[in-house]
Structures are given as structure tokens and as C-alpha cells.
Design a protein around this ligand. Structure first.
Ligand code: ATP
Length: 304
């Protein structure tokens, strides 16, 4: 029994003079959806391909389902599924034939019917691949990744180029994988996707992990809460100490605060005392996207 699905210690990878991965430690629990995030060139693909056994590491230790991926064992390949950004599937086969073809490569494939159900492709089973939309094709990629009944599935940017409803249904499909007990290792450039899907995320910048935790834990690193509301232009002005903390755009005012309860009380008391109506009032914590942008900006400008 392996304790972690992925266990990396001090992983390094250099390409000539380029240090793509600079000593990272990472653990992924069995059965969780884990998202690796980071800007272009951060080292994500390098890391994931080392985990998949497609690239050799320079230094460090890597365990995936208890295997060292660099040993290239057949049993290891049977236990993982990989969904790349572009998968080569035959345009003239239909959906079911495609899944059957790939099922033939595995000793214990998952039943075709089950794969069709999980990926929502049941109604499209006899449609030719060349007639599928981008979103449907991506589902087929996932179906192909799942057909060997892997314990761990690598998903590389699973919803790039999707319209919002296709993205939502892909998210549902990925959530279903969690309920089947699969571990999912996801890379994505969409923070909303990571926030929705991932139990835990790691943010990688310049070959290093700069933050790791549940999306909520990362949000809690950031102490500021934003209170937003609108005032009519004919309304009076806020007390000076609140004005100094605020930024405005048109009628809309935003106040960032470390003490939201007190600040909200001051604003609403001012509103009641003066009769100025607060419209569209919202209180929000920073989104994963805001935290990500801050962390990336800080880490990219840091000289080390
Ligand atoms: P993206 O989001 O753009 O896919 P990434 O985070 O996946 O980026 P990598 O592709 O791992 O980043 O690249 C990390 C660094 O290593 C980059 O500076 C890249 O140019 C370099 N690199 C990647 N593959 C090679 C290679 N085969 N030979 C030389 N340099 C490489």
C-alpha cells in the first residue's frame, strides 16, 4: 500500500544551462484532485513528464504509486492514464471503436459502457471522431486515458478552448473521477478551474514551488477583504479615514481591510446616520486568481 500517489523530494531537472526544475518537494494524496499551476515556462510540463516516465530527472527522488517512473516498468504504465493536450485518435473510427481500440492495449481494461457513461459519450458512441466538436473530442481523450482503469490520471489543460457550458460539463466529469476514487493530477491555466476542482493546488514559478495548499488555505494567506458598494454622485462623502483606504471607479467604491467586521460596521453606521444609501454592497475574499497573480508577480520579480 502506497501512502502517497506522488511523492517528490528535491527534484531537479536541467537542460544544459537551463534549470527548469530547481529542487521541488511535492506530495499528492491518493484519491485527491491536485492542480499544478504556474506561468509559461515555470517547469510544469517538465515535472509532469518526469512523473509520467517520459523525461529523466537530473537529481532528487520521485515515487509515483510507489514506482520510480524512470524505470519504465510495464506495470507502472498500466496503473497510470495520461491525457495530453493533443491526442492522436483516428478520424474515421467512431467513438466506441476508438475506445475499444485503446482497450486492446491493456490487460484489464475498464468496461467500455462504463467509460462511455463516465465521460458522457454514451449518446455519441456511433459518431465518427471527425464529426465531434472540440469539447466532445476532449471527452474522448479522457475516455482513452481512462480505458486502462488507471489509479492515477494526468490531465494536461483539460478544458483549454472550451465554451463555458462545455467547461462546466468537463468539470462534472472530472469530479466524477474523484468519486470513483481516482487520483487526478491536473495542470491548468484557469484559476477558476483549479478553485472548482482541486482539493489542493501548488503554484510553480521559475522551477520552484512558491505556494501549496487547499485553495482556501492559499486565500487565507492573504489577509485583506474587499468591501465594495456604490454611492450616487449626489450623495455625501465618506468620513476621511475611510476615504483614505478606498479606491473608486465611477460610482463604485472599494475598501480593502484587514478588519472587515469593524470596517463594515463603520460604513453602514455612516450610511444610516447620514441617510446615504449603499447600493450593491459586497464583501469578498480574494479569488485564487488574485492570489496567483500576486504570488507569481512577487516570485518573478524576486532575484535569487
Ligand atoms: P507552459 O505553461 O508554457 O507549458 P511549463 O511550465 O510547462 O510551461 P516547461 O515546458 O517545463 O514549462 O519549461 C520549463 C523551462 O525549461 C523553460 O525555460 C523551457 O524553455 C525549458 N525547456 C523545456 N523543455 C526543454 C527541452 N527539451 N530542452 C531545453 N529546454 C527545455
Amino acid at each position: 500500500m502506497t501512502e502517497f500517489a506522488v511523492d517528490i523530494a528535491n527534484l531537479k531537472k536541467t537542460y544544459g544551462n537551463i534549470e527548469a526544475v530547481r529542487g521541488i518537494d511535492l506530495r499528492v494524496n491518493v484519491g485527491e484532485v491536485f492542480a499544478l499551476l504556474g506561468p509559461n515556462g515555470a517547469g510544469k510540463t517538465t515535472t509532469v513528464e518526469i512523473l509520467e516516465g517520459h523525461r529523466k530527472r537530473t537529481e532528487g527522488s520521485v515515487s509515483v504509486l510507489g514506482h520510480d517512473p524512470s524505470n519504465n516498468e510495464r506495470i507502472f504504465k498500466q496503473r497510470i492514464g495520461i491525457v495530453l493536450q493533443k491526442t492522436g485518435v483516428e478520424p474515421y473510427l467512431n467513438v466506441e471503436e476508438t475506445i475499444k481500440l485503446f482497450a486492446g492495449y491493456y490487460r484489464h481494461p475498464q468496461p467500455i459502457q462504463q467509460i462511455l457513461e463516465i465521460t458522457g459519450l454514451e449518446k455519441l458512441r456511433s459518431i465518427r471522431v471527425q464529426k465531434l466538436s472540440g469539447g466532445q473530442l476532449r471527452r474522448l481523450d479522457v475516455a482513452v486515458g481512462l480505458v486502462g482503469n488507471p489509479e492515477l490520471l494526468f490531465l494536461d489543460e483539460p478544458t483549454t478552448g472550451f465554451d463555458p457550458s462545455a467547461r462546466r460539463s468537463a468539470w462534472e466529469m472530472i469530479s466524477n473521477l474523484r468519486t470513483l476514487g481516482k487520483t487526478v493530477f491536473l495542470t491548468t491555466h484557469y484559476m477558476e478551474e483549479a478553485e472548482y476542482l482541486a482539493d489542493r493546488v501548488a503554484i510553480m514559478v521559475n522551477g520552484k514551488i512558491v505556494a501549496e495548499g487547499t485553495p482556501k488555505e492559499l486565500a487565507n494567506h492573504e489577509s485583506e477583504t474587499t468591501i465594495r458598494f456604490q454611492l450616487n454622485s449626489t450623495d455625501g462623502t465618506l468620513p476621511q479615514h475611510l476615504v483614505s483606504k478606498s479606491t473608486s471607479s465611477g460610482d463604485s467604491i472599494a475598501i480593502k481591510t484587514d478588519t472587515p467586521t469593524e470596517t463594515l460596521f463603520e460604513i453602514t453606521r455612516w450610511s444610516i446616520d447620514t441617510g446615504n444609501q449603499l447600493k450593491e454592497i459586497t464583501v469578498s475574499r480574494p479569488s485564487l486568481e488574485e492570489i496567483y497573480l500576486k504570488l507569481v508577480d512577487k516570485s518573478e520579480t524576486k532575484v535569487d
